[in-house]
Design a binder for this molecule. Structure first.
Ligand code: ZN
Length: 243
C-alpha cells in the first residue's frame, strides 16, 4: 500500500489543476452518521420520508422533527476530518482548484475550503420556499421551539437548502462540476462509491478529457478499472501522508 501512497504523492506533486470529488467517506470520521447506520435515534427516522420532497410537502413537520432531534445535534458536534484539512492545504498551495462534493454537511466550508461546488446543497442553510431568503440553521433551530414546521416572516414554509429525493440537481452546480472535470489535470475521488448519477459520470468525463483519475475509497467502485490509481483505504489514511 505504501507504493500506492508514493504514487499518489507523485501525481499530486505534478498536478497544477487538481479537482477533488468527495462523498460520504470523507465525513465518516467526522461523526456524521450515515443513512444506513444501525442503532441510535437516527434509525427512528426514515430517509424515505425526511429526505423525500413529496413527503416533505405533505408533512413538513416530519423533516423538522428529524432536524431538531437528530440532524442538528449531529451537525453541531461534527468536526472536519484530517482529510478535509488536507484538501484545504492543497488549495492553499495552489494545486487544488475545486472541491465537488455530494455531501450536504458543510464540513469542507467549515474546514476553510474556499472553492466548493455542492451538488446536493448544504443542510446548514435554510431556505424560504416562497421568497427564497436564506437563514442560518441556528436561528431556525431556536424557532422550532415555538413553531413546527417553521415559516419565514413572509409566511412561506422553510425548507433545508438541499436536494431532496424527487428533485433534480441544481443546474448551476452541475455545469460547474462538468466544466471543472474537463479542465483539470488530476481528478481525485475521495470517499464516494461512484454508483449514483452524476458521481458515476463526472469522473469519466475528466478521464476522457485527459485527466489522471485517482480513486480513494474503502470499497471497490465501478470506475476502478479505468482509474490510473486506486487506493482502498479511508480518506484520512490515504490523504494525510500528502501533508
Ligand atoms: Zn420568505
Amino acid at each position: 500500500m505504501d507504493d500506492k501512497i508514493d504514487r499518489l504523492k507523485e501525481i499530486v506533486a505534478n498536478s497544477k489543476h487538481l479537482v477533488a470529488f468527495t462523498g460520504a467517506g470523507i465525513s465518516a470520521e467526522s461523526g456524521i452518521p450515515t443513512y444506513r447506520g444501525t442503532g441510535g435515534i437516527w434509525t427512528k427516522y426514515d430517509p424515505a420520508k425526511y429526505a423525500n420532497v413529496q413527503y416533505f410537502l405533505k408533512d413538513p413537520s416530519y423533516y423538522w422533527r428529524f432536524f431538531r432531534d437528530v440532524r442538528y445535534p449531529s451537525l453541531k458536534q461534527a468536526q472536519p476530518s484530517a482529510a478535509h484539512y488536507v484538501l484545504v492545504e492543497l488549495e492553499k498551495q495552489g494545486i487544488l482548484s475545486l472541491v465537488i462534493t455530494q455531501n450536504i454537511d458543510g464540513l469542507h466550508q467549515m474546514a476553510g475550503q474556499s472553492n466548493v461546488c455542492g451538488l446536493h446543497g448544504n443542510t446548514r442553510q435554510i431556505k424560504c420556499t416562497d421568497c427564497k431568503s436564506m437563514f442560518p440553521m441556528d436561528t431556525v433551530y431556536e424557532q422550532l421551539e415555538k413553531e413546527l414546521p417553521p415559516h419565514c416572516s413572509c409566511g412561506g414554509l422553510l425548507r433545508p437548502n438541499v436536494v431532496l429525493f424527487g428533485e433534480s440537481l441544481p443546474q448551476e452546480a452541475l455545469m460547474e462540476a462538468w466544466q471543472a472535470a474537463e479542465e483539470c489535470d488530476t481528478f481525485l475521488v475521495v470517499g464516494s462509491s461512484l454508483v449514483v448519477y452524476p458521481a458515476a459520470q463526472i469522473p469519466v468525463r475528466a478521464k476522457e478529457h485527459g485527466a489522471s483519475l485517482v480513486i480513494v475509497n474503502i470499497d471497490e467502485t465501478p470506475l476502478d478499472p479505468m482509474a490510473d490509481l486506486v487506493i482502498h483505504q479511508s480518506a484520512s489514511e490515504a490523504l494525510v501522508p500528502l501533508k
